[in-house]
Design a protein around this ligand. Structure first.
Ligand SMILES: *Cc1c(COP(=O)(O)O)cnc(C)c1O
Length: 393
């Protein structure tokens, strides 16, 4: 699916939808239906045989969902998109489609907690191994690839330590071995980073975050080649069945329209909060894409801006970190990110509690680490609340 409109800001609003097809409806209609009636038994036969285009049953396709799938494919510059009932349904559909017993997955060192849980289960139940690599250079990456490596799975910026991985470099090495590269692009959204344009093969989103943007939907999206996504659609999507509801697809289409303006505001606010945090005496480290000298060139290459998530370490213990969160007045203690509301959490005891302590520390997730998803409120209100809570520890 190549983009019909040159500019991203126009694509988020128009791509994949023509009001002419829908009685002139400006908003994409919500097709809240489980099934579709056939005009004859023969038509049903032709639809099932794939001889005639058309909808059959909403687990296999739904017109509202189709608009969303076409729009996200265009925004990521991929051939086809698929929508799922959660980010994890998307991650599992892709990883199960790409692997079989005996295979190996090479991952970035730092993963979303439930992706880590899924990989642990795949290892224990299906003998699909995995390893972690910092992917800091071509040679470092080559040395970790095994004959049975079936895919490379990357998160960048890494959650929650906000380290960056050079996607173009990873894609170049993977091509040498003919291994697909899967990128979880949740933290950036296609507005800030488009991995397929850098040579990667599959992009996954937890659309629950920036794409939905309003904290009211759980959903996942995948974009890649038509060949791969056709196979996912017919296997791990259709038969495991983690599909999105039409209403949630409708909410995502609504959220997507404001993605560029929301992302710019998230970034503006985050940049201001980063510069304040760096000067507070109770803050010992701040992690944000623009902050690490060596990574600026990677960021310039692959990310338009730094995004809305900041992590920082406070001077103190786990109890101090918890006290800091308890002292906040209007900022919300919650996992998730990318919402209008600023959300703040303690990764070691929340999002990454499932990760064993040793692996957690290797990933850089200390008891002092706080993750902040900067919302769309006035930045000085956000900072005032953070500051008064920091001042009390
Ligand atoms: C939230 C998240 C997921 C999982 O998505 P759900 O929609 O919660 O299932 C996967 N990856 C990252 C980076 C996330 O932040």
């Amino acid at each position: 699916m190549s983009r019909k409109y040159n500019q991203f800001e126009t694509s988020v609003i128009h791509e994949g939808y023509d009001a002419k097809d829908m009685l002139g409806s400006l908003a994409t209609p919500l097709f809240q239906t489980s099934t579709y009636t056939f005009t004859s038994a023969e038509q049903g036969e032709r639809r099932f045989a794939g001889e005639e285009e058309g909808y059959i049953y909403s687990r296999l396709g739904n017109p509202t969902v189709t608009v969303l799938e076409e729009r996200i494919a265009a925004l990521e510059n991929g051939e086809r998109g698929l929508a799922f009932g959660s980010g994890m349904a998307a991650v599992s559909a892709v990883l199960i489609a790409l692997t079989k017993a005996g295979d190996h997955i090479l991952c970035s060192s730092g993963l979303y907690g439930c992706t880590f849980g899924l990989l642990t289960m795949m290892k224990e139940k299906y003998n699909i191994a995995h390893d972690f690599s910092a992917m800091e250079s071509k040679d470092a990456l080559r040395s970790r690839i095994k004959p049975e490596t079936a895919c490379i799975y990357v998160e960048t910026p890494i959650n929650p330590t906000i380290k960056l991985i050079d996607l173009k470099m990873v894609a170049e090495v993977a091509k040498e071995y003919n291994i697909p590269v899967v990128v979880d692009n949740t933290f950036s959204s296609p507005y800030l980073q488009r991995p397929l344009e850098l040579g990667c093969d599959v992009v996954i989103h937890s659309a629950t975050k920036y794409i939905g943007g309003h904290g009211d939907v759980i959903a996942g999206l995948v974009v890649g080649t038509k060949e791969f996504l056709d196979s996912v659609a017919m296997t791990t999507q259709k038969d495991i069945g983690g599909v999105i509801s039409p209403f949630d697809a409708w909410l995502l289409l609504r959220g997507l329209k404001t993605l560029p303006i929301r992302m710019d505001r998230h970034c503006d606010n985050a940049e201001k909060i980063v510069s304040e945090l760096k000067h507070h005496s109770k803050v010992t480290a701040v992690y944000y894409p623009l902050e690490e000298g060596a990574e600026i060139s990677i960021q310039e290459q692959q990310m338009k801006r730094g995004g809305g998530v900041i992590s920082f370490e406070i001077d103190g213990t786990k109890a101090d970190a918890q006290q800091f969160l308890n002292k906040l007045s209007f900022l919300k203690i919650a996992v998730s990110l990318g919402d209008a509301e600023t959300l703040i959490e303690h990764p070691a005891t929340m999002t990454h509690a499932v990760v064993p302590e040793e692996s957690r520390l290797e990933m850089g997730i200390t008891d002092q680490l706080i993750r902040l998803s900067v919302g769309l409120e006035a930045w000085n209100d956000i900072w005032a609340d953070l500051k008064q809570a920091l001042d009390q520890i």
